[in-house]
Design a protein around this ligand. Structure first.
Ligand code: JHZ
Length: 398
């Protein structure tokens, strides 16, 4: 049974940064209702309204994985591990974005799948075989025809963005070799619940996986988890290592049962946990709004740092506008001089100087806070403060 536990109201598409701010009257179809459900049978958490893939992932997709050192370092370390441990003869990445990970692999032994043509162009230019197509069964057949089987398939923050999970795994099984390995990583539902990071929910995050739910889904395809590692990236992610059940050469690590036990201990198998999360979300919203208003009443200046997809959920759910946050700073070329979705808050090209008269930074990219704190020593040293909303809205003084 599918049960709704959270309503984040009317939302614009995250990552749809517009050149002109929309008037308050949105055109029909520009907004959708963002509510989140729990499947009592599979334990899968998903948003209820699914937006078409063509509207979300097209030739003007702005997000670039290479914009953060944290992600580049994480990908570098992982690629070393993959090469050492699994020694792939052929490596496939689903959702290769701008090549942040695949650039660590030999272009003659790797394949990129990236439906956003503007991003696929980058890996093509660097001579990586790139399929600028959505991941589906017909693409898996096309790749199989040319390359036969693939040894290692990797996908970060992508499979949760595809509505039809059955097709996702059927297509993976179609080309994964008998002793091949599938590695995926995505934000952890447990971390999301613990931190009340309701901003992990937006149109692109159709699912937020728990190990518990993923185990149930892949079971249907003769696949099983053989290891899980915890990552700090994106507010706490899990990296899942998956193999065919028939492959007895690889042992199943204890990490798998430890993670699943921890998720059950924290109630990820029970609807009541999500109802509580929903209450915590409302409390978090009230606290954040009151904190921001208190600061504004003292005539202080607040800017956003990191025009994230997550921030779209926060701004629209909490009705935070340009009277509260002056502008957002971001380094991503395709976001600059545009507006935060649904708001009149402009995104300005990152320049340290713009922080000179600013008292507070609202961390849109709170998941990169360590990287940002390192970069903004000057702001910190002159008494600048950060506002973060996870695990509870507060001011950070460093
Ligand atoms: P970041 C996107 O979500 C969308 P977002 C997507 N659905 C997903 O799952 C994750 O990515 C992986 C900027 N920045 O990574 C760059 C600076 O300006 O939290 C980015 O615009 N300066 C695919 O958007 C944003 O912040 C900096 O120093 O929530 C970070 O976006 C740093 C570190 C980042 O993902």
């Amino acid at each position: 049974m599918i049960k709704k536990f959270l309503d984040l109201g009317s939302q614009p598409l995250a990552n749809q940064y517009l050149k002109k701010p929309r008037k308050l009257s949105f055109k029909k179809g520009d907004l959708y209702n963002l509510s989140v459900n729990f499947n009592t049978k599979t334990k899968l958490v998903s948003i209820s309204r699914k937006i078409s893939k063509k509207r979300m992932f097209n030739n003007s997709y702005p997000y670039r994985s290479s914009m953060s050192k944290t992600m580049l370092n994480s990908f570098k370390l992982l690629s070393k591990k993959i090469k050492n441990e699994f020694k792939p003869k052929l490596f496939l990445e689903i959702g290769s974005n701008d090549g942040a990970l695949i650039k660590n692999f030999d272009n003659k032994k790797s394949i990129c799948v990236e439906p956003c043509a503007n991003l696929a162009k980058i890996t093509k230019k660097n001579n990586y075989q790139t399929y600028s197509k959505y991941w589906d069964y017909s693409l898996s057949k096309e790749i199989k025809k040319k390359y036969n089987k693939v040894d290692v398939i990797y996908s970060a923050n992508t499979l949760t963005h595809i509505a039809n999970l059955n097709e996702v795994f059927k297509s993976i099984c179609n080309i994964l070799s008998g002793d091949g390995v599938l590695i995926i990583e995505d934000p952890s539902l447990l971390e999301c619940i613990k931190k009340t990071s309701y901003d992990q929910f937006y149109n692109e995050h159709i699912y937020v996986f728990s190990a518990l739910a993923l185990k149930n889904i892949i079971n249907e395809f003769g696949l099983e988890l053989f290891n899980i590692t915890k990552l700090k990236t994106h507010g706490g992610s899990l990296r899942y290592y998956i193999k065919r059940k028939s492959n007895n050469k690889i042992k199943v690590s204890k990490n798998v049962s430890t993670q699943i036990k921890d998720e059950i201990k924290n109630g990820l198998n029970k609807f009541s946990t999500f109802k509580k999360f929903s209450k915590n979300t409302l409390k978090s919203k009230k606290k954040l709004v009151s904190l921001l208003k208190k600061i504004k009443n003292k005539n202080k200046q607040i800017v956003g740092y990191g025009a994230t997809a997550k921030a779209t959920t926060i701004l629209n759910y909490c009705s935070i506008d340009e009277k509260i946050i002056n502008f957002f700073l971001d380094t991503t070329p395709n976001k600059i001089n545009k507006y935060m979705p649904g708001k009149k808050i402009k995104i300005i090209k990152y320049d340290k100087k713009l922080l000179n008269n600013i008292d507070y930074i609202f961390l849109g990219a709170w998941n990169f806070k360590e990287e940002i704190f390192k970069k903004e020593k000057k702001f910190i040293n002159r008494g600048g403060k950060f506002i973060i909303h996870v695990p509870t809205p507060k001011i950070i003084t460093l």
